[in-house]
Ligand binder design. Structure first.
Ligand code: BGC
Length: 746
């Protein structure tokens, strides 16, 4: 369809028909125009797979057996693979399943930057570094959209906490926006040509992002050339005139009074009264028609999808394997040898818990979920004796086959969604049912699961049993960490502590047995200080999808050589995090991002703040040697151009993958800049004894910062170190280069 044809199609519609296309007519669907053969447009969550089917007008699951789907590793797990191909493959599975379930737009991927470890939705995002996020999100979108399904990159923008997420105003300077918070979205638009963007709930420049003209029109469409569809977050619109004129295309919300949505009857009235031009509506309709056309919704050429295919699970397994991060192995306890008669004790709630149904809108009705205990049992082999002790119980739901809990969960969600706020928030509800204000007290928007006396007593017994069993075992694998009571939408964590007295339990297990492997499962860092010194074997594991437990077990037994790297810094304590250290989290009505660009390792490295584990960190069972590092300057008047070459040899005793990280560090810069910034990386699978050549190309972007006066990126002339690093803290080799002139670009 040409632009002219789309315009003509739009001109044939009545105002009511156009309005039907630009707001929800069901919770996850707009209205089509039957007489013109325009179908409704349907959305579905979310980032970890295609969400279960909800009733058209109520937040109550349909309860069908046809919506069990594949459960993908969460975005943090994907980012931890540092493997662009796996992001692409996972995206492909997600897109294919969305299409298979009859969806037009999948509300994924989520890419907000990890500004604080406490944000409840960090697990849905890709960590703290804009370059890593950009490199991973682009292939993921490409994978999704190959299936004639639109992605929806969310939440645009600066939605970095759940506390007061519906109302807070993120006050961020232009430099931080351009260097830290925008690049992932910009890459999604300019490189991956994403077809969808979701405006976030919060405000930027004092205006809600879902109806923010400067953000959605001037920057997204004007500067970046976005040609897709902007959808509001569910309930993110608050004003008819502002939304109509903002570059937003579709208003979605959480209530069932669809005709009263801001872009429904209230908009019709404004247009009829001549206060809003119908042209604005036409633009939206044309954007929607273009996306529909690109998805082949009119020409009968649309690809078909499917879901739950066994071969797709293999792809998710591959991603889950590479997401496992080995943090410590100082006794070489890992990999565990499956010797005859080995007594293996598995301890911890997370070893035996299903996580797929939790987390909020990223919940998944998984076809199955392989827990760590299942994975370990499955591949330990009959000669190894595997026993399990709870050690502690989180007393949370999580069993998808548990009808009683499933009902309770559904009821809670229904209540949350219907009021437009999470269960712990109190909202005043306006006449049309929209949440208009939030609890004054942010304390109520943080997670603090309180166990009853009885539950505490039960946990004391579970701990006793586990410690006694540990004394009899050869090896203990403890699987703890968080769960979706903590890593969840609508709430942040109160602090970084390990819940359920795990620190104490781990310490006791270590006293009872010298061979304790500690596996932490979470979407964000937890406070490890109580166990860092006593723990010789530590693994970070995430919500790694339906095959996660098997992937973890394969790493523990050495069938797979670990190769995950942290996509975020693990600080020692939350006060060390920049936003917290300056008292700007959680903020009040306004959240001042006064730390500017000093987010994550940019803060820890520049200010020399010790951390538990730096960004980019991760160990292997094998060793790699770096050699023949060489940088050649081929810069011209127009562009900086450096080619970087090096060789990496696997000098260990196991085939494995290495992630080569390249950072650029300005020397004697007159401009305030982070110590170093990630500018390239490459993951290579290298067999024992083999050498691979790694080549990078750097242009002016690699040296640039955002110059607010020039409103452009600037790579200033000067001296820089090109650093090849093991992680954001550890330099392996470096070379000095000189940029002979300034380069300015947008
Ligand atoms: C979330 C979005 C989600 C939407 C639809 C909102 O509450 O913030 O991420 O896609 O609900 O469920």
């Amino acid at each position: 369809m040409t632009g002219q044809q789309r315009l003509e199609l739009c001109q044939q519609m009545t105002l009511e028909e156009k309005l039907g296309m630009i707001h929800g007519n069901e919770l996850f669907r707009t209205k089509g125009v039957e007489r013109l053969h325009i179908p409704p447009f349907s959305f579905s969550d979310g980032p970890m797979g295609v969400r279960q089917e909800y009733q058209a007008t109520k937040w109550i699951p349909v309860g069908s057996s046809q919506d069990y789907t594949s459960y993908l590793p969460c975005n943090t797990a994907l980012a931890a693979t540092w493997n662009r191909r796996l992001a692409y493959e996972s995206g492909k599975v997600l897109g294919r399943e969305a299409r298979g379930r009859g969806k037009d737009m999948i509300l994924a991927p989520g890419i907000n930057i990890l500004r604080t470890p406490l944000c409840g939705r960090n697990f849905e995002y890709m960590g703290e570094d804009p370059f890593l996020v950009s490199e991973m999100v682009v292939p993921m979108i490409e994978g999704i959209e190959e299936n004639d399904v639109a992605s929806c990159v969310k939440h645009f923008a600066v939605n970095n906490q759940e506390v007061r997420r519906l109302s807070e105003n993120s006050v961020v300077d232009d430099r931080a926006l351009r260097e830290i918070y925008f690049p992932g979205f910009r890459a999604a638009v300019t490189r991956a040509k994403a077809k969808g963007i979701m405006g976030s709930y919060n405000k930027l420049w004092g205006i809600h992002c879902s109806q923010n003209k400067k953000l959605l029109q001037d920057i997204l469409r004007g500067e970046w050339g976005f040609e897709g569809l902007v959808v509001s977050d569910w309930g993110g619109v608050h004003d008819t005139a502002e939304a109509a004129d903002s570059g937003l295309d579709v208003e979605m919300s959480v209530t069932d009074n669809f005709d009263e949505y801001y872009l429904a009857n209230p908009l019709a009235e404004e247009i009829r009264a001549g206060r809003i031009s119908e042209k604005l509506i036409d633009e939206k309709v044309i954007h929607i028609l273009k996306v529909m056309d690109d998805l082949h919704m009119f020409d009968g050429e649309r690809k078909s999808g499917c879901y739950g295919l066994p071969e797709d699970r293999q792809k998710l397994l591959a991603a889950a394997r590479e997401s496992v991060v080995l943090l410590k192995n100082s006794k070489n306890l890992l990999p565990i040898e499956r010797r005859n008669g080995l007594k293996l004790l598995v301890v911890g709630d997370n070893a035996n818990k299903f996580h797929a149904p939790g987390g909020g809108s990223s919940e998944i009705k998984a076809l199955y979920e392989m827990t760590p205990l299942m994975g370990i049992g499955m591949i330990a082999g009959g000669n190894v004796e595997v026993t399990y002790c709870k050690g502690y119980d989180s007393f949370t739901t999580g069993n998808i086959w548990d009808a009683e809990h499933a009902d309770a969960r559904a009821a809670r969600e229904a209540q949350e969604k219907q009021s437009g706020v999470s269960a712990n928030e109190t909202a005043e509800v306006s006449e049309n049912g929209q949440a208009i204000s939030l609890n004054e007290n942010p304390e109520d928007e943080v997670t603090a699961q309180v166990l009853t006396e009885e539950q505490l007593a039960m946990n004391a017994t579970y701990a006793e049993e586990a410690v006694a069993a540990a004394a009899e075992a050869d090896v203990v694998i403890f699987v703890g960490g968080l769960n979706h009571e903590f890593d969840t939408e609508g709430q942040d964590r109160r602090d970084m502590s390990l819940p359920y007295h795990q620190t104490e339990l781990i310490t006791r297990l270590q006293q009872a047995n010298r061979n304790v492997v500690v596996v932490m499962m979470s979407g964000s860092p937890v406070d490890l200080t109580g166990i860092l010194d006593t723990t010789h074997t530590l693994v970070q594991y995430w919500y790694s999808g339906m095959e996660g437990g098997r992937a973890l077990a394969e790493v523990l037994f050495g069938d797979v050589c670990p190769s995950g790297r942290l996509p975020e810094t693990f600080p020692l304590k939350v006060e060390d995090c920049s936003a917290h250290s300056i008292g700007e989290y959680p903020g009040k009505e306004a959240v001042h991002y006064s730390e500017g660009i000093y987010v994550g390792y940019r803060h820890y490295e520049t200010r020399k703040i010790p951390v538990a584990y730096p960004f980019g960190y991760g160990l292997s069972y094998t060793d790699f040697k770096y050699n023949h590092f060489r940088v050649d300057d081929r810069s011209t008047e127009e562009h900086a151009s450096f080619s970087v070459n090096l060789e990496v040899t696997n000098i260990g005793e196991m085939d494995g993958a290495e992630t080569v990280q390249l950072y650029v560090r300005p020397i004697n810069s007159s401009i305030d800049r982070p110590l170093r910034e990630l500018r390239q990386f490459e993951k290579e699978f290298i067999k024992i004894g083999q050498t691979h050549r790694i080549s990078f190309h750097l242009n002016e972007q690699a040296f640039s910062y955002y110059d607010t006066t020039a409103a452009s990126f600037r790579a200033p002339a000067g001296t820089y170190l090109i650093e090849i690093c093991r992680d954001a803290h550890t330099v392996i080799m470096d070379q000095k280069v000189t940029l002979r002139k300034d380069y300015l670009f947008v």
